[in-house]
Design a protein around this ligand. Structure first.
Ligand SMILES: [Mg+2]
Length: 253
C-alpha cells in the first residue's frame, strides 16, 4: 500500500464512534536484540498508545506472545493501555491459570525440547503459563537453528497447538490466538473499528479477523493479510502518533 492510501484509511478509521488500537510488541513497538530481556523499546510509541487510551471512546492495547508479567515489565505502559500476553491467553482484564492437565502437557513437551537443544548453545526453551517455546535466534549456525525448529515441529505433542514465528516454535495449551482475542474483545467492548499493527506470522491470525472498517498494518516485508504496511518500528511510531492527533482533533469536532 502506498502512503496515500494508508493516510486515507487512517483518516477514515479515526471517525469510528468507538475505536480500539492494538499493537504487537516485539518487532512492532520494540526492536529485536540478542537478549530478549533487554530489547530497545520505542517509548514514543508507548506514549502514543497511552495518549490514545486516555481519549474518550478510544481504547489501546498491546497484544503480545510474551507472558503478561514480562510484557508489563518491558513495556512499562501505564494502565490506560490494556496489556495482553501469551497471544491473548493472559489479559490484565481477565486473569486465568492453566489447569493441572495443561501444566502436565506443557512440562512434558518442555522436557523434550530441553533434550532437543542439549549441546546447542544459543537455543533456549521459554516457559510461559500456557506455552513452551523453542527460540533459535541466538544459534550462530542458521542451518542448525532451522533444523532444531523442524525437529521441534515434528514432536507433535498430543493436546497442544503448535505455531511458528520468527526463529521460534511454540506449543500452546490453549486454542486462543491473536485473532480469537481480537474478535472477542471487539464484541465485549463494543468497538466499531479496530486498528492492529504487527510484524510476525502469529499477527496474521489478527489481520484475518479484521473487517472492511478496520485497519491492519503489517510491519516489514513478507506476505500478509493486512491492507496496510510500514517498514519498521519507526513507521509504527509515525502511525500511532498520527492516530493520536487525528483522533483527538476528530473528537473535539
Ligand atoms: Mg512481533
Amino acid at each position: 500500500m502506498d502512503n496515500i492510501s494508508l493516510d486515507a484509511r487512517l483518516s477514515s478509521v479515526i471517525r469510528a464512534p468507538r475505536l480500539l488500537v492494538i499493537s504487537d510488541f516485539d518487532g512492532t513497538i520494540a526492536d529485536f536484540a540478542d537478549d530478549p530481556e533487554n530489547v530497545p523499546v520505542n517509548r514514543d510509541s508507548i506514549a502514543a498508545l497511552e495518549a490514545l487510551g486516555a481519549l474518550p471512546d478510544t481504547g489501546a492495547a498491546i497484544l503480545s506472545g510474551r507472558d503478561l508479567a514480562t510484557l508489563r515489565r518491558l513495556s512499562g505502559a501505564g494502565d490506560r493501555v490494556e496489556l495482553v500476553g501469551s497471544h491473548g491467553a493472559e489479559s490484565t482484564g481477565d486473569p486465568v491459570e492453566p489447569t493441572d492437565g495443561q501444566r502436565r502437557l506443557l512440562d512434558a513437551v518442555g522436557e523434550r525440547l530441553n533434550d532437543l537443544i542439549a549441546g546447542h548453545p544459543g537455543a533456549a526453551v521459554e516457559s510461559k503459563p500456557f506455552h513452551r517455546v523453542l527460540h533459535t535466534r541466538r544459534v550462530a549456525d542458521r542451518a542448525l537453528g532451522d533444523r532444531l525448529l523442524d525437529e521441534a515441529r515434528q514432536l507433535r505433542p498430543e493436546g497442544l497447538h503448535v505455531s511458528t514465528g520468527k526463529c521460534i516454535v511454540e506449543f500452546s495449551a490453549v486454542s486462543v490466538n491473536k485473532g480469537t482475542w481480537i474478535a472477542e474483545v471487539r464484541k465485549r467492548g463494543g468497538w466499531d473499528a479496530v486498528v492492529f499493527l504487527g510484524d510476525d506470522v502469529t499477527d496474521e491470525d489478527g489481520f484475518r479477523v479484521l473487517g472492511t472498517g478496520d485497519l491492519g498494518i503489517k510491519v516489514g516485508d513478507g506476505d500478509t493479510a493486512a491492507v496496510g504496511r510500514v517498514a519498521d518500528t519507526d513507521g509504527v511510531q509515525t502511525v500511532l502518533e498520527r492516530l493520536v492527533t487525528a483522533r483527538a482533533a476528530h473528537l473535539k469536532g
